[in-house]
Design a protein around this ligand. Structure first.
Ligand code: SF4
Length: 305
């Protein structure tokens, strides 16, 4: 049996930047609060937790909770707790509330996401009062909440063509008025193209629709690379955390190309019965899967025989 790790798998640039930044702050301060999981991978989160990273769900808690959190982290210096904004970004009010609550904010929003946030604000300003912002993304996803927050929540999020049709029918999207459409960075390019075509067909005039190409190029190129990788192996082991929506999409892509695709969160999830002695096995992962975990999984497979 041969085992190959996909050289294009592993963290994207935005996640690498946030994790490097977190490690620098932790080395200097010893403790750091991340608003939401810095990466959707349980194994990497556990590693960072050992370095002093704490994940919190909200900055909106009472100051007492913050003090308690600082005490639990061993911070007795009275210095301000440091809050990390992860690569997904946040709506503007998060920064305001965090500062009001006494946090020092370190912002590791991915530069690609920052650029889209700015484009959405500008499109909204330009097209008011009639213009509408439509976002192709996962309802409730952190990046989507950050993007929608740029226009005070006045953007319509649709997850698929069925939701788009529903929004047109109930009037929450008016096809007779200008629309700027954006995509969450990690959506599939084919899915976005299909949604934009469906919307263009329904518009009263094609001049009313402006399509913004906001899928991350790192993600877009990965679709083709990954599908070739899955096709070129007898068995695919896809490594990703349960919470990673990018992981689910990419694993489904592998499975659509190669029926012998298995998903694991860590090396202990590997099962000997998945493999035959002559199999050529490919190990790959999501933008939130660390390289060290891909290597651990590959080693586990090699040790089976
Ligand atoms: S997927 Fe792309 S846009 Fe999203 S965090 Fe990674 S590099 Fe940034």
């Amino acid at each position: 049996m041969t085992v190959e790790i996909d050289r294009n798998s592993g963290f994207c640039g935005g996640v690498i930047r946030a994790i490097d930044g977190a490690e620098r702050v932790l080395a200097e301060k010893g403790s750091l609060y991340s608003l939401g999981a810095i990466v959707h991978n349980e194994a990497e989160l556990a590693r960072l937790q050992r370095l002093g990273l704490r994940t919190i769900d909200s900055v909106d808690g009472p100051p007492a909770a913050r003090k308690r959190a600082a005490r639990l982290s061993g911070d007795s210096t009275g210095s301000r707790p440091v809050l990390l904004i992860r690569a997904h970004g946040e709506p503007p009010q998060t920064y305001r509330i965090a500062r009001e609550k006494g946090y020092e904010v370190v912002d590791f929003t991915c530069p690609v996401v920052l650029k889209i946030q700015k484009s959405i604000r500008e499109a909204w300003q330009r097209s008011r009062p009639d213009g509408q912002i439509v976002l192709f993304g996962k309802v409730g996803h952190a990046e989507v909440l950050g993007l929608v927050g740029q226009v005070d929540g006045k953007a319509k999020v649709v997850e698929d063509i069925a939701q788009l049709e529903e929004a047109i029918s109930d009037g929450s999207i008016d096809v007779g008025k200008p629309i700027d459409i954006f995509s969450q960075t990690t959506k599939s390019p084919e899915g976005y193209a299909a949604l934009c075509s469906a919307l263009a067909e329904r518009m009263a005039s094609e001049n009313l629709l402006t399509v913004h190409n906001t899928i991350c190029t790192q993600v877009a190129s990965r679709y083709k690379q990954l599908s070739d990788f899955a096709d070129g192996h007898d068995v695919v082991v896809f490594v990703s955390g349960k919470e990673s929506s990018n992981g689910r999409v990419l694993c489904d892509l592998c499975r659509s190309v190669n029926g012998r695709t298995y998903q694991v969160g860590e090396a202990s999830g590997i099962r000997a019965e998945w493999f035959l002695p002559d199999d050529n096995v490919g190990v790959c992962g999501a933008t939130s899967t660390p390289k060290w975990l891909l290597e651990e999984v590959a080693t586990q497979i090699k040790n089976l025989h």
